[in-house]
Ligand binder design. Sequence first.
Ligand SMILES: [Ca+2]
Ligand SMILES: [Ca+2]
Length: 191
Amino acid sequence: MNLNKKEVECLIKLFHTLATESRDRFAAVGLDRNMFRNILHCTFGMTDDMIMDRVFRAFDKDNDSCISVVEWVEGLSIFLRGTLEEKIKYCFEVYDLNGDGYISREEMFHMLKNSLLKQPSEEDPDEGIKDLVEITLKKMDYDHDGKLSFLDFEKAVRDENLLLEAFGPCLPDIKSSMAFELKTFQETNEL
Ligand SMILES: [Ca+2]
Ligand SMILES: [Ca+2]
């Protein structure tokens, strides 16, 4: 945990405010997929549906389709104060779409296609994305088995930090996290 006690308390307070707003819609105390996606979108500027869905699953450690207060604080600790190692683990989890421990060619294709779709091109876009997958593999697949293991991904990101979000933005940008911190952590300081 990289947050101090006061920050954790602020996040818990915010969680209860958000969870109360939605309580009439479902029984469990927590944030459901739609609420959580709404927060990712409005607060952290995320726009990609597939990535936001994966972020929800990465936060939802016990897989009960609801973000509990503990899952919320632990996830935001990585969002706001995560170490590089924590962020590598988190991003890998987001990008390993089927959770089999590898980022496959198909998964890379799917994510790159999804994030590059807005760029118009004369050529067959699928061909360009296939090329990009091969370039990415060449750069990141150290053991040459045609897919990215966690070790491949970790080594590649340590060599070049920009590769952390190679398959789509799944961490808040600096502007959004600073705005979030100002809003969330400041309010209680004033009390
Ligand atoms: Ca959960
Ligand atoms: Ca996989």
